[in-house]
Unconditional design. Structure first.
Ligand code: ZN
Length: 128
């Protein structure tokens, strides 16, 4: 199962929680686990606050400090900062399913993290 995500800028956190819940309902799974996997080397996935949009902006800012876009990298493609951020944030999440939806805290959402957009991306889902 795949969710397609279209990013609109170089760095963008996109809340995909409702899309994940749609897929779970369509799959008819009431209880279980959902693995989310990002098959890209310059994108990632994370779970964090979805209530205040400034939180994702602050995370983006902190990651920019850790891995500035230009920093004397060797990788010829010129997007090493995006590769580094992808590794720091991670390519997968495992979440519980209850009542045919993802179990999340009140303030949590699942974010697809674009670090080298704009691009069309994929999120793979496996439920069991
Ligand atoms: Zn590259």
């Amino acid at each position: 199962m795949i969710i397609t995500v279209k990013s609109l800028s170089r760095t963008q956190f996109i809340d995909i929680t409702s899309h994940v819940n749609d897929k779970i309902r369509k799959a008819g799974i009431e209880t279980g686990l959902c693995m989310l996997f990002i098959p890209h080397t310059t994108a990632a996935i994370t779970i964090n606050e979805s209530a205040d949009p400034n939180v994702k902006k602050d995370i983006e800012m902190a990651l920019d400090k850790l891995a500035p876009w230009d920093d004397g990298y060797r990788h010829m493609e010129g997007n090493s900062a995006a590769h580094i951020k992808s590794t720091l944030v991670g390519a997968s999440e495992l979440v519980a399913i209850e009542n045919s939806q993802i179990v999340l805290g009140t303030w949590q959402g699942i974010f697809f993290c674009e670090f080298d957009g704009p691009r069309t991306r994929k999120v793979h889902l496996k439920m069991f």
